[in-house]
Design a binder for this molecule. Sequence first.
Ligand code: NDP
Ligand code: MG
Length: 384
Amino acid sequence: MRKKVVLLGATGSIGSSTLRVLRAHTDRLQLIGVAAQSHDRELAAICREFAVPHAVLHSEDAYRRARQGSYFPGTTQLSCGPEALAALATLPEADIVLIAVVGTAGLNPALAAIEAGKDIALANKELLVLGGAHVIAAARRKGVRLLPTDSEHNAIFQCLQGHPRQQLDKLILTASGGQFRDSPAAALAEVSPEMATQHPNWSMGPKITVDSATMANKGLELIEAHWLFDLEPDRLEVVIHPQSVVHSLVQFIDGSILAQLSPPSMTFAIQHCLLYPERAPGVEPTTDFKKPFSLDFRAPDYARYPCLRLAYDALRAGGAAGAIFNAANEVAVERFLAKEIAYLEIPQLIEHCLGSMPNSQQPSLHQLLQTDAETRELAQSLKF
Ligand code: NDP
Ligand code: MG
């Protein structure tokens, strides 16, 4: 029996890596639902290639365009809007839902899929940073698998297999350090959106590429790791590893450290999640030890990466601070890409929001969503 897969965010970077995995494993995996925001023609092409029966476009304009253009195959049922997205995530026949939409738009479909008892492959980290307590609690209550697809968390998940929790000392997340890790500090003031959306190792969507440069991405991943693996900030470390071959490490109480290695491509983690607990040949060559290469590690410099320090602060503060960090960062990146604020103003905007938004301990999901909305409003209004 083939596993039936729903892919939210099919036209993005994770989406296209997922399609490569699906093409290579048509005997094991079947794509039964796809969603995108507004790339209607790209989504139609995916529906044609994989004979996908259900598709959702989040944008009404794109949906109208697609209806008029009638380029979706007649066998695909196309719908639109947030309810349609939740319905797609809960299709009765679906076995696993891969959440690869960007930003907090992934939260509602993720919660809906969990409530419907679906296993989740989670690429989207923002939804855990916003609503981690609620998502994890719901997944436990429903007994669904939450398979981490973000490469660091996937590495940790793989290294933890078969080891009792009391043997665990700490988790060490690797970070490439982004495209400006060796630039002179003075040059950072001149970083443009064009420069910040190019990554030396990974090919990813624009938001996460900027997050990688500022290391806000690693900050989000610290908070993601806190929720996924239930560890306090002092047991979560970050190390810069420019080659992006060691995807993270797990240190045990006796000092032994396990790591997971593979080339910097998301197909490895995606395939691991979709086929879990089985394994099959990968879609591209893995690290070749017959060729010489070296792996470097060094501690991050917080003066260069203030977003990382701010993420630790948010994690230690707890409550709604993760939601504030995430919303402020999302708006800061949007405003930077729109050339409204400078690169070095991204951490300033986040710090201002963390300092001025009221925090609350054990917030309800409703309170978190309200904090998210209010932080966005504040972050939009800040002048520099
Ligand atoms: P992209 O920007 O490349 O793709 C985002 C996808 O989500 C697109 O298919 C987009 O559709 C779709 N989308 C956005 N909003 C909605 C919505 N409201 N409803 C339905 N679909 C929507 O992002 P990435 O693939 O880079 O990242 C996706 C997530 O995975 C992020 O949370 C990121 O942090 C995480 N991640 C990404 C990694 C990577 O290597 N790229 C690595 C690890 C994690 P459209 O094309 O129409 O806009
Ligand atoms: Mg990652």
